[in-house]
Design a protein around this ligand. Sequence first.
Ligand SMILES: [Zn+2]
Length: 274
Amino acid sequence: MSAPSRTALLVFAAAVLAACATAAPVSGTATPLSSPAALPSPAAAPTAPPTTPPTTVPPRPRIVVLDPGHNGGNARNLAAINKQVPDGRGGTKPCNTTGTQTDAGYPEHAFAWDLARRVRDKLTAKGVTVVMTRDSDAGVGPCVDVRGAAGEKADADAVVSLHADGSAPANRGFHVAYSEPPLYPAQAGPAHVLSADLRDALRTGGFAVSDYIGRDGLSARNDLAGLNLSTRPTALVECANMRNAAEAALVSSADGRERYATAIAAGVLAFLAR
Ligand SMILES: [Zn+2]
């Protein structure tokens, strides 16, 4: 949100300069009128009202969709979540999945839901309008194609899906996935920038990039329907490997989730400020 503020300051500065310029004719009027050269002089111009008065640039409303992965009711509604839906590349895939969990049983859907609410509160505090793809952790779905359409439906500037991975116990680190090859303009460039901003913010927050997938914390994917179907800048954050003991402890603690939320909100705000 710093960009609009800078713009406002520049507009204010321009207004001040314009006001200073209008002072010039005071001395200009001291020029003897008998001097014909004084009349057409450009020095007289500032007395005229500006042809285009300074306009204030209102800050653009910012809208972000947060998409907490999976849902608490998915495991009890397998028929619904196994329904095939478009994957965005001509095929189909299940509506949704149950997600993973830590060895101690802390589920990914609960992590994603808690994290999303924390990120939402941080963004809302900065004036961002946040739309969530689900409103509780007790429902079913929504399907990945509905999640993929959420950005356009909300007219969002950015969409961030929140997940955690379930990989081999020795693997660790976060990665940010984006759709590749791109299917819409927003996937070609803006989604890469959003992904890199999230990666940078997580790294700044003290989190290590994945040592088992992607490259430098980023992962190009062609199989994630929510990314494939999105016409808005969209990234999917796999915050940690929930099967790794150290990262399981991190995602299972409120302090850990707060750290993730702080970093992710910072990444989103960095993207919005561009
Ligand atoms: Zn997931």
